[in-house]
Write a protein that binds this ligand. Structure first.
Ligand code: 13P
Ligand code: SF4
Length: 303
């Protein structure tokens, strides 16, 4: 930490001078999560918090779709992302044209879109969802069939808990799709007493055999509440690092993957971003209004 201290100090000073707030996802490194973030959380929490921001500048420490969501909810504010190349394999997997084609194939079926998508995709969506409210939103939309895009695994995991028919898309998170039931069996064999928890972007064969599955915030809450002696968080690696420093007496075992997109954000480019006012996130006017409607509908429906 003493290595990072000068950067953390500069960022926190500059943040005040520039009237900026830093929103950071749970997958950011501990030096960002604990050192400079004003608000941390999962995708839903960050979207909700973005609606309450008072500062004129938002620095999004997360991936591009998260910064777009903040911009959609705050069109009058400046939204910065320290590295605009921070993408997401799910957001890359589907375009607005793909969604229109699905609508033509299934006329009248509501489209529930994971927030891990571009603003253009959100704009042709009925309502968004995150991993923490997916089931709730699917249950609340009209009809007995729903199109749930683009994460096939989140959709399959949700489909198992609802009586509705769920039509899926072939997208996947590159961090979570590689976990297998065999990995979990090996972890159970190596650490018989450990609890194993996973993100619902993992394939159902994984979610079905773990002790708990939930959004990044739900996983953190689970560890803080259950206080297992030993735990494996089957998700992005910074999760364990971030929660470990807030949880004494829990032994965190490794069973994680790194998200290369989340890891594009670091203290150096956060400082640079604040100094230079780059990289500014923009969303075309005609996309902001319908995309915002889909996100706000989600926030409203998950209250
Ligand atoms: P959460 O909404 O659970 O934080 O998930 C976001 C994400 O990108 C997980 O891979
Ligand atoms: Fe996208 Fe997966 Fe990275 Fe989350 S962890 S940002 S879903 S690639």
């Amino acid at each position: 930490w003493s290595f990072y201290a000068p950067l953390i100090l500069q960022i926190n000073r500059l943040k005040k001078q520039k009237d900026a707030v830093i929103l950071a996802h749970n997958y950011q490194t501990p030096q960002i999560f604990h050192g400079v973030a004003d608000v941390v959380g999962d995708s839903l929490q960050l979207a909700v918090e973005a609606t309450k921001v008072e500062q004129s500048v938002i620095v999004q420490c997360g991936v591009h779709f998260m910064a777009e969501t903040s911009k959609i909810l705050n069109p009058q504010k400046t939204v910065l992302i320290p590295d605009s190349r921070a993408g997401c394999s799910l957001a890359e997997s589907i375009s607005a044209e793909d969604v229109e084609a699905m609508r033509e194939m299934y006329p009248g079926v509501p489209v529930v879109t994971y927030v891990n998508t571009s603003a253009a995709v959100k704009a042709v969506t009925d309502v968004c969802c995150t991993s923490s409210n997916a089931l709730d939103i699917v249950e609340k939309v009209d009809g007995d069939t729903v199109i749930m895009i683009p994460d096939q695994f989140l959709a399959q995991n949700t489909a198992k808990k609802t009586n509705k028919k769920v039509i899926t898309w072939a997208g996947a998170c590159e961090v979570h799709e590689t976990f297998t039931a065999e990995d979990i069996a090996e972890l159970r064999h190596a650490y018989p007493a450990a609890k194993i928890i996973a993100h619902p972007e993992c394939p159902p064969e994984v979610v079905d055999v773990v002790d708990f599955a939930g959004s990044t915030a739900a996983m953190i809450d689970w560890v803080k509440t259950e206080k297992p002696q030993r735990v494996v968080m089957v998700t992005e690696c910074s999760m364990s690092d971030n929660v470990a420093s807030e949880t004494t007496g829990v032994d965190f075992l490794r069973g994680c993957n790194i998200c290369p997109h989340m890891k594009r954000i670091n203290l150096e480019n956060v400082l640079w971003s604040l100094h230079t006012g780059t990289e500014e996130v923009t969303v075309p006017e005609d996309i902001i209004a319908p995309a915002r409607q889909a996100v706000e509908r989600m926030i409203e429906m998950s209250r």
